[in-house]
Design a protein around this ligand. Sequence first.
Ligand SMILES: Nc1ncnc2c1ncn2[C@@H]1O[C@H](COP(=O)(O)OP(=O)(O)O)[C@@H](O)[C@H]1O
Ligand SMILES: [Mg+2]
Length: 312
Amino acid sequence: MNSQERLTVAVLMGGKSGEREVSLNTGGQVAQALAAMGHEVVPIDTRENSFIGQLVDAAPDVAFICLHGRLGEDGTVQGLLELLGMAYVGSGVLASALAMDKVMSKHFFAHAGLPTPDYVHLRADDRIDIGTITAALGEKTVVKPANEGSALGVTIAHEPSELDAAIAEAFRFDDDILIERFIAGVEVTVGVIGNDELTVLPTLEIVPEHEFYDYESKYVPGMSRHIIPARVSAEAAAECQRVAVEAHRTLGCRGMSRADTIVDDEGTVWLLETNTIPGMTTTSLLPDAARATGIEFSELCERLVRHALEGR
Ligand SMILES: Nc1ncnc2c1ncn2[C@@H]1O[C@H](COP(=O)(O)OP(=O)(O)O)[C@@H](O)[C@H]1O
Ligand SMILES: [Mg+2]
């Protein structure tokens, strides 16, 4: 395909997940960038099911899914696009679903030998024994819904007495939750771009104003800083990048992904999760890391569209 070719790109955004606002932001900026690259952009809000008709009518060459969280990042919209025979940016049904589910992805990470914090998985009706959880994970833990993003429902339990409330909070978001060992260290995120041939972006250190990288730190300007490259040893940085690429391959991701890791005081790299549709505003983590290697935001969006069309 000629890289100058003008394409019709449907930008799917909004939707009904807890990350609707974030998605509208991502979608708006991606749409603007693709229009600036000369493409015909059709923005589509997926909140109402009528979006399917809009999508069919638009008959795009490719769909750019700017939906985070459930009903967008989790394989559902990808399945719809498969049914419609439309090319789309990013991972397919299985990889999207696996990456969205933090418990399922841990099974795959463990199988690939990728270090991920110890955890306890709880389902809605499980009996909760705080003593057993603390014995397995230590006093300080992180409680999170299995299928969410943007740190929604995530709480740090500093001591066992805080676990009950943290667990109840996570269950508000999902019937499946996990409690993880708290890892103290430097938070490093690494973007990966491509299908078979992968480009790994530089390490990006996240320094939140709050205790951890919560919703506000992620989306309110000035509530977190990005430092590129991360202030970790060269060995640890290389390991973060290796882990990000391996996670991308292990889950079977396509197009792009972003791995969240923590480098502890010993230099061990712990993999928290892989995001298949990371934030894509001009100031988001992955675009910021891409810019540090000379890939401007519009060029990044263009590349992702080209990867979506590879092999079709
Ligand atoms: N095991 C952990 N130890 C320390 N901090 C954690 C741990 N798990 C999560 N966090 C903090 O919570 C944030 C959100 O967790 P994460 O697993 O990336 O979920 P998501 O980004 O999908 O909500 C992380 O960016 C980090 O700041
Ligand atoms: Mg994360």
